[in-house]
Design a protein around this ligand. Structure first.
Ligand SMILES: NC(=O)C1=CN([C@@H]2O[C@H](COP(=O)(O)OP(=O)(O)OC[C@H]3O[C@@H](n4cnc5c(N)ncnc54)[C@H](OP(=O)(O)O)[C@@H]3O)[C@@H](O)[C@H]2O)C=CC1
Ligand SMILES: Nc1c(N[C@@H]2O[C@H](COP(=O)(O)O)[C@@H](O)[C@H]2O)[nH]c(=O)[nH]c1=O
Length: 592
């Protein structure tokens, strides 16, 4: 098999895979093996630029001819350079026609030029296999739609291709862009904690001396890790004790900035980190700490940022807002414990050197976490072991890379209610509190209605219907009380509390009719408030989920475990308004 990369060409083969295809080409497993192999390959080459460019999305593209041979490859070198897909089709030349393109991630094509998409289309690519969809909402699904719209077959791993090997391939795609995925799903950058410790678990001697615990080979790996990061962070004590440089020393390429976290600002006047000729340094500190010294550092070109509350989470949120994707923590145990407790550390790299130094008070990698029992231990996941020179590198995740496949509560029912919603493609609109962008969909929004109850009189709040028709004076009293509630919250609270105290007062058919009562109330609300109806119609094609973490009947729950009946009913009513289903109209309800 011949592989062309840019102007270079060299041989590249996967004999095992090719054999399995030749012997049983129709076999699903073999097809998945090949797809998985090339998706992993796309992820591997996507990683090629890490450490040389700022950690931005890593894109790789492998073009495989119908025979299964690689016709061309390409990866995005840096922002603003040619897209991986463009490089791959250039490398493959005429072999692209009828071939399959494997992409670790859906292209962003974010400037409207659609260069990746048009390169694949114009080259005559027949099929595209995509490892993961683009994690950023505004780009998510666009390129896939566009490719499909132009007649290419697009298979997305985990959606169209599901198997254990495909899942593994997908994982490599998630890992190669973990920082971007974190950016898309949380408000903090992807944080890696790295430390070097002796076999007896020390990161320095009792006197604080630490150079060096790990071997030269391990320290070279650390330079590599630094080069993949946007910033390296240490605590004030490490600056005082080690006077570190924290540079990547990889002879060019991307250089991470240095961050020092100090509460006291009791830092040395002279330090390697204050030399900003090659790389800048930012000191983050408590508001008002040693202002005159802050000025001195600022005069050397060091940036100082003050925080009202200096803790790892606040600091990470701040750097997230400044656009940082990944941070390497190289601090001692004190700040590390604080960072782990704040939940900002995602991955750990521990270099273990075969050395023993002893020392009851010699520091260890993680300070006080307040744990008293082993059952509280934090277990790493996806752990890897690797020998680096004489040392052992143990790495693993403290928090998994977030899964991008959307969790839609009661997924099957949702698509049955509104067939215009497509699995994986549809946007999910969450609503909960009334001040949320779609808060008007909440039952607590300030849009009162009146609708007839069983006896023909009018009930203001749907909560009152729980007790309607019960032939007990107390129940009638409850209905009246709820009707006179001043707000929907108050009505709901009263309904819940009366139900708790007198479960016998709830009408016997309530479980059977409550969805219908809610349906009628919602239909009324969205019929009589035109702006709400327009808002609802504007969400066409999106999945609506009430993001209540507590109410597992009306809401979607914390992780999609709820039934989301409120969301379902809204989608149903939306379809009815759009004329997609026949609608029993609610003519007798009114606004208050
Ligand atoms: N082998 C290895 O991999 C490494 C070894 N070391 C060694 O570790 C020792 C230093 O360890 P350690 O004292 O734990 O150093 P840290 O790097 O953890 O620094 C602790 C300091 O961080 C600052 N800080 C700011 N905000 C916080 C916060 N919210 N929580 C905690 N700290 C905060 C404080 O600085 P301030 O006091 O200025 O307010 C605090 O004193 C040295 O001997 C060094 O050589 C250090 C790093 C790696
Ligand atoms: N002692 C120790 C490490 N210490 C870390 O490296 C920093 C020094 O970086 P630099 O000044 O750029 O060489 C130091 O402050 C601390 O954060 N790292 C390791 O990989 N292995 C080691 O044995």
């Amino acid at each position: 098999m011949v592989l062309f990369l840019g102007t270079k060409s060299y041989f590249y083969s996967s004999p095992v895979l090719c054999k399995s295809i030749a012997s049983n080409s129709s076999h699903n497993h073999a097809a998945h093996s090949l797809d998985a192999f090339y998706i992993k390959r796309a992820a591997d080459i996507a990683d090629s630029s890490a450490g040389y460019t700022s950690p931005h999305p890593n894109f790789g593209c492998v073009i495989a001819a119908p025979s299964g041979t690689v016709a061309g490859e390409g990866y995005l070198y840096a922002q603003g350079t040619k897209a991986a897909e463009v490089l791959a089709v250039e490398a493959a030349g005429g072999f692209s026609k009828g071939s399959t393109a494997y992409l670790n991630m859906e292209p962003g094509d974010c400037h409207g030029d659609h260069s990746a998409v048009s390169a694949l289309v114009q080259a005559g690519i027949k099929r595209v296999v995509v490892g993961i969809r683009h994690p950023l909402q505004h780009l998510h699904g666009n390129a896939i739609r566009s490719l499909r719209g132009q007649g290419l077959q697009v298979d997305v791993v985990g959606e169209d291709l599901k198997s254990k090997i495909m899942e593994e391939a997908r994982k490599s795609c998630l890992l190669v862009n973990a920082p971007l995925i974190h950016r898309a799903t949380s408000r903090v950058p992807f944080s890696v904690l790295k430390y070097a410790m002796t076999l007896d678990g020390k990161i320095a001697t009792t006197s604080g001396h630490a150079s060096w615990i790990s071997s030269k080979e391990s320290r070279n790996r650390v330079f590599e890790l630094r080069g993949r990061s946007d910033a390296i962070i240490v605590g004030g004590n490490t600056v005082r004790r080690d006077n570190p440089r924290l540079t990547a020393r990889h002879g060019g390429g991307h250089t991470p900035i240095r961050i020092v976290m100090t509460q006291t600002f009791n830092l040395p006047e002279e330090a390697n980190l204050w030399d900003i000729s090659d790389v800048s340094t930012i000191v983050v500190t408590q508001r008002g700490a040693r202002r005159s010294f802050q000025k001195l550092l600022a005069s050397k070109g060091v940036e100082v940022v003050e925080f009202d509350i200096l803790n790892p989470r606040e600091v990470m949120e701040y750097f997230h807002d400044r656009g940082y994707l990944s941070i390497l923590w190289e601090c001692g145990g004190t700040l590390t414990a604080s960072a782990i407790s704040s939940g900002v550390i995602h991955k750990v790299f521990a270099f273990v050197a075969p050395k023993i130094i002893g020392g009851k008070n010699a520091p260890s990698p993680v300070g006080e976490l307040g744990m008293v029992e082993m059952s509280q231990a934090l277990d790493l996941i996806d752990v890897c072991f690797e020998q680096v020179g004489p040392d052992m590198l143990i790495s693993g995740f403290l928090q998994p890379v977030p899964d991008l496949v959307p969790v839609i509560p009661s997924e099957d029912e949702t698509f049955a209610i509104d067939p215009s919603i497509t699995p994986y493609e549809s946007k999910i609109i969450f609503f909960y509190k009334t001040w949320d962008p779609y808060g008007a969909f909440s039952n607590f929004s300030p849009h009162p209605i009146q609708m007839p109850d069983g006896s023909g009189s009018y009930a203001t709040w749907s909560s009152a219907h729980k007790f309607v028709g019960v032939n007990e004076p107390v129940a009638k009293d409850c209905v009246e009380k709820i009707k006179s509630a001043k707000s929907p919250e108050e009505a709901a609270r009263m309904g819940r509390s009366i139900q708790k105290q007198h479960p016998d007062l709830v009408r016997s058919d309530w479980e059977g009719v409550k969805i219908d009562v809610m349906y009628r109330a919602l239909k009324c609300k969205f019929s009589i408030y035109p702006h709400l109806q327009s808002m609802l119609l504007a969400t066409a094609g999106s999945v609506l989920v009430e993001a209540s973490p507590h109410d597992l009947f009306w809401g979607g729950g914390r992780e999609g475990e709820g039934l989301n009946y409120l969301g379902r009913l809204l989608m149903l009513i939306r379809s009815e308004f759009l004329g997609e289903c026949s609608s029993p109209s609610e003519s007798t309800c009114t606004a208050l």
